[in-house]
Design a protein around this ligand. Structure first.
Ligand code: HEC
Length: 204
């Protein structure tokens, strides 16, 4: 073994350089001219679910977000993303439909690189584990009140769920508070950017 030490060293360095080339340099080459969408660009198009939150939970919505507008939507999305990180949702959920194992049948259209070229995916939320389902096509799969009930106690709607309760997303009247509204707005945003792509089952 000792005799091969230089060979291993050289091979190691070569593979290292190769991985930098393939995983850093080539992606940089193909994306360097693509602009990164900012939150204010993303929030121009309100989902009907965000507007619905203002109707369903008028008091708290008004208190924390005012009226549904691209400004309040941007704020909710940003804080929803931050909550997604701080509550470690990514520990159990992925945000990437892979082109293998018929994942598109289960979750929806296979993910495309461009979908991640925005401020809310920096750092990207691909995740590495799937204790729960993938969430990148979550938009419109459930209603807002389903999500509220689910965050309050997942086992009320999915009896065998291992997802924890998030009671601190609710005020003393069990209505979604600032955090609750933000996280619901965020999960209802995931995949909402291209309706045809999701409904038609065909990426554009
Ligand atoms: C311990 C692992 C775990 C953590 C942490 C977790 N989840 Fe889940 N989640 C699950 C499991 C398992 C399911 C599937 C059963 C169910 O619906 O509860 C699920 C289901 C969901 C669903 C419904 C998906 C669908 O389409 O049916 C959403 C939305 C969701 N989680 C969002 C979140 C968010 C947001 C967080 C962080 C605040 C989070 N989860 C944290 C395990 C987890």
């Amino acid at each position: 073994m000792e005799r091969f030490k230089t060979v291993f060293l050289v091979a190691g360095l070569l593979f290292f350089s190769f991985s930098i080339l393939v995983m850093a340099f080539l992606p940089w080459l193909s994306f360097r001219n693509q602009s990164v969408k900012t939150v204010s660009e993303l929030s121009q198009q309100l989902t009907k679910e965000f507007v619905d939150l203002s109707v369903r939970y008028p008091e708290n919505f008004k208190k924390y977000y005012g009226t549904p507008s691209s400004e309040s939507y941007g704020r909710a999305l940003k804080s929803g993303r931050d909550i997604y990180i701080s509550e470690a949702c990514w520990h159990c959920h992925s945000q990437f439909v892979r082109p293998v194992s018929n994942e598109d049948i289960r979750f929806g259209v296979v993910s495309e690189a461009l979908e991640y070229q925005n401020e809310l995916q920096m750092p990207q939320m691909f995740g590495t584990r799937r204790v729960g389902p993938d969430l990148i096509r979550e938009w419109g799969k459930h209603s807002n009140d389903w999500h509220a009930a689910h965050f309050f106690n997942p086992r009320d709607v999915a009896p065998t769920s291992v997802m924890p309760r998030y009671t601190w997303f609710f005020d003393k009247n069990d209505q979604p508070n600032k955090k609750g509204l933000a996280i619901i707005a965020y999960v209802q945003w995931l995949g909402s950017w291209n309706e045809d792509m999701i409904k038609g089952g065909k990426a554009k």
